[in-house]
Design a protein around this ligand. Structure first.
Ligand SMILES: Cc1ncc(COP(=O)(O)O)c(C=O)c1O
Length: 379
């Protein structure tokens, strides 16, 4: 059976996980967590990061670090996962939804400034499908208005923007290593601390508001409660799994990219015939093959094609359901017309199966079936 997404697990993951269970610190921050940091340091130049229990936890930690509180406003796309918004909604801050770009489906940086009010405190931007937002422009707007920028890089581990790694492009970056992402640890994530001033407090918030991490480094002889915090520290068993995944970084990336490139090549003709639109990746961005989406001419066409493909055993699904018009978005006072491009594109995107485990024969089946179905597609 063809799977929409499936992690690639080998004997290396098995070996490290078993080793961690017997020889590492089960409650976290053991030798495998350190190995993860070392890999990110060597590969991406990331100096300071902390593994967290999820990408969601990393986003929440960011909201705590920048001191969001009731009355604050945060500008964010509606075309994202609920966690991006929940992270600051939990602090009492209000989301101000910004529409997306037609090409990358990322926040439209040229629409941000009009949404800024005296209450605006931060911008949470999301690298949809592993493609970076226009970070130079976003950071420039933020600097001019004194706003924080949090980069939700949950989907973009391994991507770059103008040669710089995703997650390092603003003061705080958040990764996800959830089972559905490129590199997995089951449930897990990380916060990248691109400014030194955040490190001490981030360590405390992650450790239930205590300075336990200092005790572990031998810097204090007892630890105590110093701040608010939560339990955002993942077990070293999970870090062991992630270590193996990251040691297989290139292999996993190559496999995903091969499928992504194959889809791009095989559906070129369908795009030329204006049956669908393929993903657009700006020239100054490299992506990580996280997702392959096609944009169909109408919602009707997207529903029809998705249903037909699933009937044939090919898992293809809608991506994000826009948040501003979701039941929670409406409770917050938003209506579909608030982000018309998000509303339109969100309903027309179909996501195809993609993982390092998908075979080339399966990918060929996906595109062959799509090409057979397209002439019959209602628009
Ligand atoms: C853009 C985005 N942000 C945050 C998350 C949450 O990550 P996690 O599932 O690791 O909590 C996801 C997960 O799908 C996501 O796609």
């Amino acid at each position: 059976m063809m799977l929409f997404s499936q992690p690639s697990i080998t004997e290396l993951e098995d070996r490290y996980v078993i080793d961690a269970m017997h020889t590492s610190r089960l409650s976290g921050d053991g030798k495998y967590t350190k190995r993860v940091y070392e890999i990110f340091r060597q590969r991406f130049g990331v100096e300071d990061m902390l593994l967290t229990t999820s990408g969601t936890a990393a986003l929440e930690l960011a909201a705590l670090l920048i001191g969001l509180e009731p009355g604050d406003e945060v500008i964010a796309p509606s075309f994202t996962f609920s966690s991006t918004i929940n992270a600051f909604l939990l602090r009492g801050a209000r989301p101000v939804f910004c529409d997306i770009r037609q090409d990358t489906f990322n926040i439209d940086e040229e629409k941000i400034e009009a949404l800024i009010t005296p209450k605006t405190k931060a911008i949470y931007c999301v690298n949809y499908a592993g493609v970076s937002c226009e970070m130079d422009r976003i950071n420039e707007i933020a600097d001019r208005h004194g706003l924080f920028v949090v980069e939700d890089a949950a989907q973009s581990v391994g991507s770059t923007y103008k040669g710089k790694p995703s997650g390092t492009l603003s003061e705080l970056g958040c990764y996800s290593f959830h089972e559905t992402k490129n590199y997995v640890m089951g449930e897990g994530g990380a916060i990248v601390l691109n400014e030194k001033k955040y490190i001490e407090r981030a360590e405390m918030i992650r450790e239930k508001g205590t300075d336990r991490s200092k005790l572990l480094r031998g810097m204090v002889d007892k630890y105590t409660w110093r701040d608010i915090g939560s339990s955002y520290l993942p077990s070293d068993i999970l870090a062991a799994m992630l270590t193996a995944q990251l040691e297989r970084f290139d292999e996993i990336m190559e496999k995903r990219m091969r499928i992504w490139d194959f889809y791009q090549e095989s559906l070129k003709q369908a795009e030329e015939q204006e049956k669908l639109r393929q993903p657009i990746v700006p020239g100054h961005v490299t992506h990580n093959g996280h997702m392959y989406n096609i944009l169909l001419p109408s919602e009707r066409a997207r529903i029809w094609l998705g249903d037909e493909l699933r009937e044939l055993g090919i898992p293809a699904y809608i991506c994000y359901v826009p948040l501003h018009s979701s039941p929670m978005g409406r409770k917050l006072g938003y209506v579909p017309e608030d982000c018309p491009i998000t509303e339109d594109l969100g309903n027309r995107i179909l996501r195809l199966p993609l993982s390092a485990m998908l075979t080339e024969a399966e990918a060929a089946e996906v595109t062959e079936r799509i090409c057979e179905l397209l002439p019959k597609m209602p628009v």
